[in-house]
Design a protein. Sequence first.
Length: 279
Amino acid sequence: MDLDISSYLSKAIETYKSPSQIARKVTESWARDNLYCPRCGLHLHPYKDNTEVYDFYCSHRSKRLLLLSYDKDDFQLKSMKSFPRNRFPNRIIGAEYYTTIRSLELGAFPSLILLHYSLREKEVKDGLFIHRLSFNRNNIVRRKALSQLAIRNNWVGSEIILDAVPDLGKIPMISDSEILPKEEVMYRWAAVESILKGDLERRSWIGDMLLVIDRLPSTFSLEDAYSFQHFFERNHPGNRHIKEKIRQQLQILRDRGYLRFVGRGRYQKDTALSPQVLP
């Protein structure tokens, strides 16, 4: 992986005038040549230009590898120029709202690739995979519909709330111009799929529990988890047994290797993601 984007920038400037078109061409071309699938490690393939929603895919086929149990993984690229403290924003612009919600419900929502680059330094600074299983309805916010005078009148966009994605689902492959080991990225990707497996409703509960755990110390009590009862009530208004669900989610995360029960109603995070979480 080469973080230098100067050659891609030179070629894009020859063809495009719009800064947004140049940025899109640079990051798409760089991603095509440098990024790999976090599941199998093979190069990602670009979709044809103007393909809606998806930018890259991997079908997990190789002369050295058998076809894996997954037919294909789809990815959507989001890129941005330098911003304060080299951090990704709290939210990003998504696609049409109702289409996005349907894709979540049908299991067709893509994993995201976030790239942060510097035009001044002509370099990719940070890169992040966000696993599609990390998203649920609470991550997607409806934007105000366009006016009837707009070309796409009454079109309703969406925003993706990155702060509502648990840390487990955010997998960096580049951090502050440092390329992280591919094996580590693939290990964490497999861990996400082991911990966040299940249908959308089940993943929503597990994801919310992970968000709460992200905000708790490394060792915490059941009462600490109960203190977030209002958070769960807001995200799951139809449930009348919140404390029971909290205990259930902690049990699930313990069984899947993310937590350890240390006695007397206390739990400990397994931040190393031990091998037992892998399929």
